[in-house]
Design a protein around this ligand. Structure first.
Ligand code: 3HC
Length: 327
């Protein structure tokens, strides 16, 4: 009995010391002691973040061969390549917590791990590429900048690099929509149609309302999250409501109205049924996205095997060289 009590109090003091580090803004590094629940929620969030980056390449990849000019094609290719890199930084950050890349990929393919709901919508016209850049990357920037101050070191550092690239992503999206909005009536209508289809799914990217967020309170105590889902969502709506005026287009929310008392835009109701439907696998493109990822993983097996074989051969050569030099 005595021993159990001693062990419990030892863990309690470890958790107290851990929380004191968090409260004092001391970064947690891979080799530091951390509560198992902290490690697990980071693996969950960073893994899902990485999956979102990689799955997010699919809707935009749909328009590489149909970009309206060589310049737009080159910009889109660069953006999609950036997203792949973001996924790799984030998988690497998650691996520092003791999970393997293969485990995370398996959880994505089996449907056990989530990725951002937004990527389950189809890209129907070129204007969608602009709407994704402006709205989706715009939302991602608002959600990701606070993550640069996340308490877990590898995640925070990965986010610094990612956020620098996201700004270019949002700018090029806005530029596509601005060009279309200044174009023919058909081009203007195409841009408006894309905003109408992508605005609310982008608002939902920030997650469920604070009242329904199961992880937020604990993630904020651990300074993984610096702001709640609703706080960041409101910032997004306030930002986009102003930027859309520059485009000379509108947002699909008749209830959107500046509220001077709140100092924010009031907005219409969010369709949470649609959100959970998409999160639970029943969005327009969920099956297609997972099928594409499974296929890419299978078709890419030879690349992984070749890279592994090369790495093993290189390691063997280095070991042999060392032995010869030591002899
Ligand atoms: N899509 C899918 N699932 C979502 C979601 C969304 N938009 N929002 C919330 N969820 C899930 C959560 O994952 C959680 O499910 P789980 O327990 O199975 O993981 C559940 O809904 C409850 O949500 P919570 O608010 O309690 O969960 P979190 O505290 O994790 O908050 C989050 C959700 C705000 C997305 C947070 O995880 C986060 O900030 N993640 C890091 C950023 C990220 O992943 N962004 C996704 C977009 S990446 C991107 O856009 C790339 C850009 O380059 C285009």
């Amino acid at each position: 009995m005595q021993q159990t009590q001693e062990r419990t109090s030892a863990v309690v003091s470890l958790e107290e010391q851990f929380q004191q580090k968090i409260d004092s803004e001391i970064r947690i590094e891979p080799k530091d002691w951390m509560p198992e629940a902290y490690r697990k929620t980071l693996i969950r969030q960073i893994g899902q973040h990485a999956h979102s980056e990689v799955v997010g390449m699919l809707p935009e990849g749909n328009w590489i061969t149909r970009a309206p000019s060589l310049k737009r094609k080159a910009i889109l290719l660069a953006k999609i390549q950036d997203e792949a890199g973001h996924g790799l930084y984030l998988y690497s950050a998650a691996e520092t917590l003791g999970v393997s890349r293969d485990e995370m990929i398996e959880e994505l393919h089996s449907g056990k791990a989530k990725y951002s709901s937004i990527f389950n919508y189809p890209t129907l016209t070129w204007a969608d590429i602009g709407a994704i850049g402006w709205l989706v990357d715009g939302a991602a920037i608002l959600n990701q900048i606070p993550l640069c101050r996340c308490s877990y070191g590898p995640y925070a550092r990965a986010m610094v690099r990612i956020c620098k690239e996201e700004s270019f992503h949002q700018r090029q999206g806005f530029d596509i929509l601005y060009t279309l909005a200044q174009g023919s009536p058909e081009q203007r209508a195409m841009a408006q149609d894309a905003i109408n289809r992508w605005y609310w799914p982008a608002v939902m990217m920030f997650g469920p309302s604070d009242a329904d967020s199961v992880h937020s309170a604990q993630s904020m105590r651990w300074k993984i999250k610096r702001f709640s889902n609703d706080e960041l969502r409101q910032r997004f709506i306030d930002m986009i409501a102003e930027q859309v005026k520059v485009l000379g287009l509108t947002l699909p929310d008749p209830d959107l109205k500046w509220n001077p008392e709140r100092g924010h835009y009031d907005h219409g109701p969010i369709n949470w049924e649609e959100f959970w439907n998409v999160v639970n696998g029943n969005g327009p493109c969920n099956r297609e996205r997972l099928r594409a990822r499974r296929e890419a993983w299978e078709k890419g097996a030879w690349v992984r095997e070749a890279a592994l074989a090369y790495a093993e051969k290189k390691a063997r050569r280095a070991a042999q060289k060392e032995e010869t030099q030591a002899a």
